[in-house]
Design a binder for this molecule. Structure first.
Ligand SMILES: *[C@@H]1O[C@H](CO)[C@@H](O)[C@H](O)[C@H]1NC(C)=O
Length: 165
């Protein structure tokens, strides 16, 4: 879980999953973040260079080369560290919903507006990205991350998030 805010490197690899939440809604909302520790754990496991990490950050989490097993597995590692995917496979639906709710509540507290999230709709869509099992080349998790990213579009955000002033 990403609770070490002081060591947080901006929400990035998973600007992936819910980038649009951050863009569309409350100012300063960061739902999924990662720490330097998570980064180095995954860098060591997948032998990804710092330059590659920088490039991914610039790309909002998109892999510079989708055909690279190392990059796909690095993405899988980060997604697990951030609590988007479960160890052993599958989308961490409950955790994602909890984190989004908490982030919106925090954003509401720091603003004159109140943001609420339609948890049923989000849960349903996250479950649509569900997958069973992992593979050595991190293909299933890569497909899943693409699916999660595709949820973060402005139309969905309008369905998911309600703002009351
Ligand atoms: C994973 O995907 C790549 C690229 O699409 C493909 O070449 C490879 O055979 C796949 N590996 C597995 C284990 O399915």
């Amino acid at each position: 879980m990403a609770s070490h805010c002081h060591a947080t490197v901006a929400a990035v690899v998973v600007a992936a999953a819910f980038a649009a939440v951050v863009a569309e809604s409350p100012p300063h909302m960061a739902a999924f973040t990662f720490t330097k520790e998570m980064l180095s754990t995954c860098q060591e496991k997948s032998e990804i260079s710092q330059e590659m990490v920088d490039e991914m950050q610039k790309n909002k989490g998109l892999l510079p080369d989708e055909s690279s097993v190392a990059q796909r597995c690095f993405q899988e590692c980060m997604a697990k560290e951030m609590g988007l995917l479960k160890n052993g496979g599958g989308v961490a639906v409950d955790n994602i919903v909890t984190v989004l709710k908490a982030a919106l509540q925090m954003a509401s507290e720091g603003s004159e507006d109140t943001y609420t999230i339609d948890t049923d709709a989000v849960t349903r869509d996250l479950e649509g990205c569900q997958f069973e099992g992992e593979d050595d080349e991190c293909n299933n998790s890569h497909d899943t991350m693409k699916c999660l990213r595709s949820l973060g579009n402005p139309e969905n955000m309008k369905r998911y998030i309600t703002k009351e002033s």
